[in-house]
Structures are given as structure tokens and as C-alpha cells.
Design a protein around this ligand. Structure first.
Ligand code: CA
Ligand code: CA
Ligand code: ZN
Length: 325
């Protein structure tokens, strides 16, 4: 078995244990050749790395197909609980002027980039690439994707710091709970990005898990997915856009398949399973609307992505108010 398959099997076993009694996730099978299939909301289960319980999410790295069993989705019941408690928190905060006044702005999210460098300088991306990555975040959240016009969400990012750590284990994302806790900077409003080389394009934590696991909050991103990197079809820097979407509280557009509540966003048409490539005209659920293949929260190629939806924009604002303001 490959390392990927071992991880998948282990994660699947754990997911079964953790979600026993919860609604089945029931994603439709996808072609083994599709690269961005699989693995979201992964429970990272490396023995050296127990800590990703916080509803982590992953996109599988190109060329590492076959790990779709390591999906750990938030169950439908838990999803409904999260949505209800988020609404309640937002209502309370809006009634409480003092907490609103103290809020951190979603329009200016501080970004801390941690470059985990391996043997021989592997993964030591340049400052220019990091700056370009932040530019891509601002373009994609600002409705100005190089692939085509999208929605301006009002979310903005500014680089607040970069550090470089030479450690081959960390570069390979081993002991990730340890290195994240040791390097994470800023408060609940700070986006920490750890650049590593692993079997995924990226993995993210959700905002409602920040209070339980604040020291690992953030996203891990495959370093070769940065703009100009070597990850074929995933080299425009839009993996970070996707992972930051989870960090801001979005699910995949295919969350829950064709059944309600799907991704808890009303204007993203229901989708049975992840897209791969850029399958124009795909319509995987009977509900109205073609699959949102150009949405950052699908698994399409970077060149296929153009936008978030208005409903996702609204959900990110709610999540920010509830958990990161
Ligand atoms: Ca939807
Ligand atoms: Ca449809
Ligand atoms: Zn994802």
C-alpha cells in the first residue's frame, strides 16, 4: 500500500468510530484520475500528530489520487447544531455594542506565513512568491480573479509576518500540532499559513473550532501550489483561497451531496460530489442549477475557479462576527 492509501484507511477507520450514529456522508464515487477529489474535513490521524480534531479539511495533492476514503465530513446533525449556535452568537453579539466595537475587521486580515524548509532548502519559497500569494488572496476575495470576474466579498488580507524554519520533519508536515503551536502568531482574527510538502494541496481548520484548538488554527498549504509553483493545474495560488474559505467557515459546495442543507448556503446549487478539472455543464443533482464548478469551494482546477457566491459572502461575514471578530 502506498502511504496515501494507508492514511486513507486509517482515517476512514477513525472517521467511522467518530461519526458512528451520525448521518452517512454518501458522496458519489468519482473517477480515480481526478486529482482534487476526496479528503475534506479530514481527521488528521497520524500517530505523531493527533491534533487535527478541529474539523480539519483537506484537498488532495495532484498525483495522489486514491485517498478519497479519508473524508471526515461534519455530520448533518452537527452541521445543523453549528448553524443554529452561530446564529445565536451573532444575535447576541449584535445586541452587545461593546463586543461589536472591539471587533477585528474581515477587510484586513493579518496573514502570518511560516515556511517549513526541508533538506537541501526544499520548499524555501521566495518573499516574492509569498507576496504574490497574498495578492492572489486579495484578487480572489475581491472579485478580480485572473481567470475572470467574480464577487467582491469585502474580505481583505495583509502580510503581517514571515518566518522560515529549517526542519525536515516539519517540512513534511510531521508533528504538525507541535510546530503549529510553536509558531502560530496573532489572535483569532489572524490567518496563519504553514507551507509544507505533504499528500494534500491543503488542510484547514474551521472557525467554530478555534476556541477548542486555538494553537493549531490556520491552514497548511502545499508550498508548490503558490503562484508560479510546480503543482500542475494547481499553481495559481488558489489552493490558499480554497483553504482560507474553510478557515472563514465555508464548506465544500458538495457538502452533504444532493440533500439539504448541503453546504448551508442557499445560492450554491446542490452538488453530488467534487468536480475535477473544469467540467462545463456538469449537473450532478436534480435540484435546479448547474454544479458550481467555478466556485472556490469546489475541487476544480485553479484555472477554473472564478468566484464565491453572495450566500457564501454572507456566511463568511456571519462566521467572522461569531468567531473571529
Ligand atoms: Ca447550496
Ligand atoms: Ca442541478
Ligand atoms: Zn476543502
Amino acid at each position: 500500500m502506498t502511504r496515501t492509501l494507508l492514511r486513507a484507511a486509517f482515517a476512514a477507520a477513525l472517521a467511522t468510530t467518530l461519526t458512528a450514529g451520525a448521518a452517512s456522508t454518501a458522496a458519489a464515487p468519482v473517477a480515480a484520475s481526478s486529482a482534487r477529489q476526496a479528503a475534506d474535513c479530514v481527521e488528521q490521524t497520524d500517530h505523531a500528530d493527533h491534533v487535527d480534531q478541529a474539523g480539519a479539511s483537506a484537498r488532495v495533492r495532484p498525483g495522489q489520487a486514491g485517498s478519497k476514503a479519508d473524508t471526515r465530513e461534519v455530520s448533518r446533525a452537527e452541521q445543523r447544531r453549528i448553524d443554529a449556535s452561530t446564529r445565536q452568537i451573532v444575535r447576541q453579539k449584535r445586541a452587545d455594542r461593546t463586543s461589536a466595537a472591539a471587533g477585528n475587521s474581515i477587510a484586513s486580515i493579518p496573514v502570518y506565513v511560516h515556511v517549513m524548509i526541508g533538506k537541501g532548502g526544499a520548499g524555501d519559497v521566495t518573499d516574492a512568491q509569498i507576496a504574490q500569494q497574498v495578492t492572489v488572496l486579495n484578487q480572489t476575495y475581491g472579485g478580480a480573479d485572473v481567470n475572470g470576474a467574480g464577487l467582491d466579498t469585502g474580505v481583505g488580507f495583509r502580510l503581517a509576518g514571515t518566518d522560515r524554519i529549517v526542519n525536515d520533519a516539519y517540512h513534511q508536515d510531521k508533528q504538525s500540532s507541535k510546530y503549529r503551536a510553536a509558531t502560530r502568531q496573532g489572535g483569532k482574527n489572524a490567518l496563519n499559513i504553514w507551507l509544507v510538502d505533504f499528500d494534500y494541496l491543503g488542510i484547514a481548520t474551521f472557525p467554530w473550532d478555534y476556541s477548542k484548538q486555538p494553537r493549531i488554527d490556520g491552514i497548511r498549504v502545499q508550498y508548490s501550489s503558490l503562484p508560479g509553483g510546480s503543482a500542475t493545474n494547481y499553481d495559481l495560488g488558489e489552493t490558499a483561497t480554497h483553504e482560507a474559505g474553510h478557515w472563514l467557515g465555508l464548506y465544500h459546495t458538495f457538502q452533504g451531496g444532493c440533500a439539504d442543507p448541503g453546504d448551508s448556503v442557499s445560492d450554491t446549487p446542490a452538488q453530488a460530489s467534487p468536480s475535477s478539472g473544469c467540467p462545463t455543464g456538469r449537473d450532478s443533482c436534480p435540484a435546479p442549477g448547474l454544479d458550481p464548478i467555478h466556485n472556490y469551494m469546489d475541487y476544480s482546477y485553479d484555472s477554473c475557479y472564478t468566484t464565491f457566491s453572495a450566500g457564501q459572502d454572507s456566511r463568511m461575514d456571519q462566521m467572522w462576527t461569531a468567531y473571529r471578530a
